[in-house]
Design a protein around this ligand. Sequence first.
Ligand code: SIN
Ligand code: MN
Length: 200
Amino acid sequence: MTRVTIRGFDIYKGYLDTGAQTRLIEVLRPVLKSAPLFRPTTARGKEMSVRMTSAGTHGWVSDRRGYRYEPAHPAGAGWPAIPEEILGIWRDLTGLERLPDSCLVNYYGEGARMGMHQDRDEADFSYPVVSVSLGDDALFRIGNTTRGGKTESVWLNSGDVAVMGGPARLTYHGIDRIRFGSSRLLPKGGRINLTLRVVT
Ligand code: SIN
Ligand code: MN
């Protein structure tokens, strides 16, 4: 494993070996079964290309009413618990007693991307965000704490984990594109990103 720091984002390259990545996919299977992926729409009514679901006490949703955390999946049931294997990553990299309230699961199929944004729907920005990459490679773009300006890009590969904390907690970031089919971790291809956050 090597760590690179880009604009305050600590990226642990190869944090999860192949066995650990496969294990995470296994523990995510029941999560996806009880809380199926859905395609959020923005407040303006545009469908996002990424499909999402969550685990934890709080799940991130977006629809015509805007972005927010909700205690239940749009279909009505409460979110499943965050699997222990995922909480272990948080504990190891943050060293915090406080555990995340939310594990957002993003699925990027062919052509999916995520525009530049800040993570700012949480109450306390002193907690870091931990972001796990699984499956296909993704081109991650890192900007500034205000919109616009020069950016830097880095490829995130399966098993990489990024920690956004300190002044970088509110840095703009996004996914320009994935290299569909570049990994064999997911049987149907694509990429899963797990984002762990303290919400309340
Ligand atoms: C996000 O910022 O919500 C996702 C980032 C990623 O997919 O790596
Ligand atoms: Mn984000």
